[in-house]
Design a binder for this molecule. Structure first.
Ligand code: ARG
Ligand code: GLU
Length: 695
């Protein structure tokens, strides 16, 4: 009996350790708390999220809506990824002050650089408002009626919620609209750049190493939150003070070993874990490949020109990184899905689910869902692909087409309502200026020539010689005069004339059809979620990521990507030196770092084996948006900075497989080593609280 108990314990322990999931921080008591404890955590659910006292969650900030950051000092110092602060670092950079290339370190508060538009948002509290949001919803309503009732209820709740003047509230949907939570938030808008390593450290390995392990990237940057005299959120003001946080994370100097507990606390953006097999098949076999091809065509042009010209390199740095990032992710996603037989496995799961429906007498109620998915996806696939290809060409890769697209939108707005002319014009001027700040017409023409044939039958690059859009002054001239004159100017422009029928088709045919079909599929997905939870009530359900605060936990662990190959859980500075290629744009290593390595001048940042750890792997289930998230040890200390996933595991957005899905974190000791030994900014280290939980 005792044996059996121990055996059972190990079996559960093992499945627990392996399962992934992104959990709501206010609901950890019970199952999650037990799982975390079984994995080695010493934290209680209240240590992580507490509505009445300060807790770990108070140190976690949503960084500009797309990444995560954490407070690491009593003076509002925050840590995030280099790639999360990349566009800010880029915007302060020029050929004279090339912070991308050389790094940036503020030596005093006065030298910290303000960033227009950048914000960090904290979660004050989380409340389940499902009952009120779903009040008056019934099965006889159409999807539109349901949604408008939900919106009405949510708005009512938001309006009556008691909050402080400087706080905001929002309601978000979970489990495909089966549950709703309200978030009280505080948004800080005076966020200044404090430090960033050179790209040769912060983006070491660039696209070749992106999404892969072994990895040697020091992907971090430092910012500081400033608040008003009352320590409350405020717009930029020279008189603002460094923010005093409710909580900041102490940093462990003891690192991690394989098997150690870690949790990643942050704002994952979007996952799709409950798709039917037919959807996974559509995405990986048809949808991804076409979008990969478009991005690949654009990247060929951009990469070549960036290598040849420093001005282009700086201007296109952010754009290139954005385009390359998803391009490579999708390739990995496809590989992972194929290699792990995810579609077949999902089909096998669907058989189990269908059997459960039968056994529970739910066939009548839910039996049509899977066949319906099969029918709908067949019908939806072509328009889904066509629409996304349009977006890839017109909004992601080619900027002349982007300018015509924005102009088209403004023309429509003015046609519908002439009184918006001035406002629409202003917003368009803003768009043009934004694009032209980082624009090179030769690069853009090259992109046009390579991506347009993948979308349209008729390609005419001669528009580049005739259009006004490719030069800021002439583009702005298009917008001078009365509304009538402006419309005439625009309609006469060669690029606009070329793009207009394509955009017409997008709005009048493609997007219309997409929205209609997508709405039906979304409604079915909601029903499927309900059905799954009823048919298989004992399975472990976590809500798909939706850019809200989540906890994911696991253990430090290596993995076997293929037969006879095993990746260790940790990489070292030795690997940086191994990869070093003098002068290479991806694998160059700064002289100073090579000197520190040669002298073994590691200070307190080496591991017990005398080496400086750079990155490590864990089984934490993360996604885009978790960039910059803290990896926290069993005691609540910061040990790592999440920034990526492994190539074979990027499919975890649809299919988390414990065998090969791993998140990649920078070891905090590497971050501190770079700040202290490489950059020599000791005063930042002095601000932090360094601890030794293992000694
Ligand atoms: N793959 C990581 C993420 O999804 C890092 C991206 C930045 N690095 C790069 N080489 N583009 O954001
Ligand atoms: N680098 C990603 C981001 O920007 C996180 C990596 C991932 O997708 O897991 O959010």
């Amino acid at each position: 009996m005792k044996y059996l108990k121990i055996l059972l314990f190990f079996i559960t322990l093992n499945t627990f350790a392996q399962q992934g999931g992104m959990w709501i921080p206010s609901l950890l008591e019970g199952m999650n708390e037990d799982e975390m404890t079984s994995l080695g955590s010493k934290l209680t659910a209240k240590d992580i999220y507490d509505i009445n006292n300060s807790s770990l969650k108070d140190a976690i900030g949503h960084f500009n809506g797309g990444c995560t950051s954490e407070v690491i000092s009593p003076k509002g110092l925050i840590l995030t990824n280099h790639h999360c602060g990349f566009s800010q670092i880029q915007s302060h950079s020029s050929l004279e002050n090339d912070y991308l290339k050389n790094g940036f370190w503020a030596m005093s508060y006065e030298e910290e650089l303000p960033n227009n538009g950048l914000f960090v948002e904290f979660i004050v509290s989380i409340h389940d408002v499902s009952k009120n949001v779903l009040a008056d919803i019934n099965e006889n309503m159409t999807e539109k009626e349901k949604q408008s009732t939900i919106d009405k209820n949510s708005n009512g709740i938001l309006k009556n919620w008691t909050k402080e003047a400087w706080q905001d509230v929002k309601v978000k949907s979970f489990y495909k609209g089966n549950q709703y939570f309200l978030f009280v938030t505080e948004r800080f808008e005076d966020i200044r750049l404090v430090g960033a390593p050179p790209t040769s450290i912060g983006k070491f390995g660039s696209d070749t190493d992106n999404w892969v392990f072994p990895r040697h990237t020091g992907d971090f940057s430092l910012f500081r939150i400033y608040a008003d005299a009352n320590n409350r959120p405020a717009k930029y003001n020279i008189n603002n003070k460094p923010y005093t946080p409710k909580h900041f994370l102490p940093i462990s100097l003891d690192g991690v070993e394989e098997g150690d507990f870690t949790m990643v606390f942050g704002f994952p953006g979007r996952t799709n874990e409950y798709l039917p097999a037919v959807a996974i098949e559509h995405i990986t076999k048809n949808y991804n490949p076409t979008n990969i091809a478009i991005r690949e065509a654009a990247l060929k042009v951009i990469n070549e020109k960036m290598k040849a010209d420093d001005d282009v390199r700086i201007k296109y740095a952010s754009k290139q990184a954005r385009i390359a990032n998803a391009w490579k992710k999708w390739i990995g996603e496809n590989l992972g899905i194929e290699k792990s037989n995810a579609v077949e496995k999902r089909r096998a799961f669907e058989t189990t689910y269908t059997k459960a429906l039968k056994e529970k007498g739910l066939e009548e109620k839910y039996g049509d869902i899977l066949p319906e998915f099969n029918r709908l996806y067949k019908d939806f696939a072509p328009v889904d692909i066509k629409r996304r290809n349009f977006i890839e060409v017109f909004l992601t890769t080619n900027e002349l087409m982007q300018m015509t697209f924005r102009t088209y939108q403004v023309v429509q707005a003015i046609k519908d309502n002439p009184s918006v002319f001035e406002r629409a014009k202003e917003s368009l001027i803003g768009r043009f200026k934004g694009i032209h700040k980082n624009y090179n017409v030769d690069v853009d023409r090259g992109i046009f020539n390579s991506v347009m044939p993948l979308y349209a039958n008729h390609v005419d690059a001669s528009i580049y010689d005739k259009t006004a859009f490719t030069n800021l002054d002439s583009a702005l001239k298009l917008l001078e005069g009365s509304p009538k004159e402006v419309l005439k100017n625009i309609n006469n422009d060669a690029a606009y004339k070329y793009a207009k029928p394509l955009i017409d088709e997008f709005y009048n045919v493609i997007d219309k059809e997409f929205q209609q079909k997508n709405e039906t599929i979304t409604a079915l997905q909601t029903k499927y979620m309900t059905a799954l939870m009823e048919a298989l009530p004992n399975a472990r359900y976590f809500p798909d990521a939706n850019s809200t605060l989540r906890v994911t936990y696991g253990q430090v662990r290596g993995y076997a990507p293929r037969d006879a190959v095993y990746y260790n859980h940790v990489s070292y500075l030795d690997g940086v030196i191994e990869k070093y290629i003098p002068g290479d744009y991806e694998f160059d290593v700064p002289q100073k770092l090579r000197d520190l390595y040669a002298a073994k001048d590691y200070g307190q940042y080496a591991d017990t084996n005398g080496k400086v750890p750079v990155c490590f792997l864990g089984t934490n289930h993360t996604t885009g948006g978790n960039s910059g998230s803290p990896a926290i040890d069993a005691h609540g200390n910061l040990v790592g900075l999440n920034f990526d996933r492994v190539w074979e595991g990027t499919m975890s957005d649809m299919n988390y497989d414990p065998e090969i899905c791993r998140n990649i974190m920078v070891d905090l000791r590497y971050v501190l080593f770079i700040i202290d030994k490489y950059a020599g900014v000791k005063h930042l280290i002095d601000e932090m609280e360094l601890v030794h939980p293992k000694k």
